[in-house]
Ligand binder design. Sequence first.
Ligand SMILES: [Zn+2]
Ligand SMILES: [Zn+2]
Length: 119
Amino acid sequence: MPPTPPYSGRVGGVCPGTGPADRPQPDPALEEPMGYAYYTVTRHDGIEIEAGYAVEAVCEQDGCTEQIDRGLDQLCGSEPGAPEDGCGGYFCSRHLYYPDWESEEPQPLNCKPCVENRD
Ligand SMILES: [Zn+2]
Ligand SMILES: [Zn+2]
């Protein structure tokens, strides 16, 4: 056991007088980590599509008009484009399912046809 420093538990306190009031405010869009807001991926059918949570889309389930984005939370499968464990489509939360609630492994979300095709 290393000795406990005397300042334990009081690290990281806010120092008064260093507020950001006069600093120029950065554009929030420039603060986003690169890569997730917008990118293009190639689907199973060879078509390149726009993806990322900044891309607006409609749920790909037939008849569903739910507005979504193409973030990973809406993806069927574990990676954008042509995942091995899904179709790479984008769906609203009502049309994405966990294939196996019992599993301790992380599970990708899948659309209904993909869930039914899993085994
Ligand atoms: Zn699917
Ligand atoms: Zn839907």
